[in-house]
Design a protein around this ligand. Structure first.
Ligand code: NCD
Length: 309
C-alpha cells in the first residue's frame, strides 16, 4: 500500500505509479466532497507555511485554498523582500525557524535544489513548489489529474510538450512523471530551448518513445494533448536572446484547425502570448480547468504527507 505520511515532495521522479494513483484517488475524493458542499476538517489544528521567494499566483493561492478547505490554517511569506532572507539569512536557518511554527512547509525558491536543501534542514514535510529551472512536482501531479479528467486515461496518449523545455520546470517534472504511463512524447521547442539532455536520456531509458522537433504544427497533428509553456524570461542571462525567442510559438484558433481531432490544450499559466485568447472558447482548451484542479490535488498532497487523508 502506498503511503506518503512524513514524506517530502521534491521531484516528479520520486513517485511510484501506486503513489500517483493514491494521490489521484484522494484528490478525486476531496473534489467530490467539495462539490457536494461538505465541510472537511482533516487538517484541523495544523498550520501550513507557504514560503514563496519567487512570484506566484496559482501555486500559492491553490495551496492556501487547499489548506483552508481542509480546515487547517496558513501562514505565508509571499513577498521575499519582507522576510529575513532579504537580510541575508540562509535557507537552512529560515527553514529551522519555520519548523517551529508550522506542520508542513511549501517552498518556492529561485535556486535549483533548494527544496532538497530545505528537506535536509527539517523533519517537517517539505513540498517543492518550484525550484528555479529545476522541478515543479505538484504542478505535474495536477497536470496528470487534468489529463485523467479530460481524457479518461493517460495510457495510450501522445502528448506534446511545447515552448521553453530548457528552463521550464513544469515540463521537466511532467515529462518525468509521464514515464510511469504508456505514453509517446513529442518535444516541440526552438533548438536553443530543447529539453535537457539528461532528461531526454532518462525518458528513453524508461522506454518512452520521444520525438524532438521545432515544428509546432507537426506536433499538433499527431498529439492528443498539447501542453504549451511560457518562454521563461527570468531565466535568460541575455535579454536579446529572450527577445529573439519569445514569439517562437503562438497557438491560434486557426492553427488548431490543423490539430488532431479533439486535442486537449493545456498550459500551467501564466500565459504571455503563446496561446491567443481566441483559443479560450475552444472546448478542449483546458488550462483554466487545469488551474482549478490545483486545489483538490494539493488538498490530497497536504493531507497525505501529514497522515490526515
Ligand atoms: C509555472 C511555474 O511557476 O513554473 N507556473 C505555475 O506554477 N503554474 C509556469 C511558469 O511560470 O511559466
Amino acid at each position: 500500500m502506498a503511503n506518503l505520511k512524513g514524506k517530502d515532495i521534491l521531484r516528479a521522479d520520486q513517485f511510484t505509479r501506486d503513489e500517483v494513483t493514491l494521490i489521484m484517488e484522494t484528490a478525486r475524493r476531496f473534489e467530490d466532497a467539495l462539490r457536494e458542499g461538505q465541510m472537511l476538517n482533516n487538517m484541523q489544528g495544523l498550520v501550513l507555511a507557504t514560503l514563496f521567494f519567487e512570484p506566484s499566483t496559482r501555486t500559492r493561492l491553490s495551496f492556501e485554498t487547499a489548506m483552508l478547505r481542509l480546515g487547517g490554517q496558513v501562514i505565508t511569506v509571499a513577498e521575499p523582500k519582507s522576510s529575513s532572507a532579504a537580510k541575508g539569512e540562509s535557507l537552512h536557518d529560515t527553514i529551522k525557524t519555520v519548523e517551529g511554527y508550522a506542520d508542513v512547509i511549501v517552498l518556492r525558491h529561485p535556486k535549483i535544489g533548494a527544496a532538497e536543501e530545505a528537506a535536509e534542514a527539517t523533519e517537517r514535510p517539505i513540498i517543492n513548489a518550484g525550484d528555479g529551472a529545476g522541478q515543479h512536482p505538484t504542478q505535474s501531479l495536477l497536470d496528470v489529474y487534468t489529463i485523467l479528467k479530460e481524457k479518461g486515461t493517460v495510457d495510450g496518449l501522445t502528448i506534446a510538450l511545447a515552448g521553453d523545455l530548457k528552463y521550464g520546470r513544469t515540463v521537466h517534472s511532467l515529462a518525468e512523471l509521464l514515464t510511469l504511463y504508456d505514453v509517446r512524447l513529442v518535444l516541440v521547442s526552438p533548438e536553443a530551448l530543447r529539453m535537457p539532455g539528461e532528461i531526454v536520456a532518462r525518458l528513453k531509458e524508461k522506454g518512452i518513445p520521444v520525438e524532438e522537433t521545432e515544428d509546432l504544427e507537426a506536433g499538433l497533428k499527431k498529439s492528443d494533448v498539447l501542453y504549451m509553456t511560457r518562454i521563461q524570461r527570468e531565466r535568460f542571462d541575455d535579454p536579446a536572446e529572450y527577445e529573439r525567442l519569445k514569439g517562437a510559438y503562438v497557438l491560434t484558433r486557426s492553427l488548431l484547425d490543423e490539430a488532431k481531432e479533439g486535442i486537449t490544450i493545456m498550459h500551467p499559466l501564466p500565459r504571455v502570448n503563446e496561446i491567443a485568447t481566441d483559443v479560450d472558447a475552444y472546448e478542449g482548451a483546458a488550462y483554466f480547468r487545469q488551474a482549478a484542479n490545483g486545489v483538490p490535488v494539493r488538498m490530497a498532497l497536504l493531507a497525505l504527507v501529514t497522515g490526515r487523508a
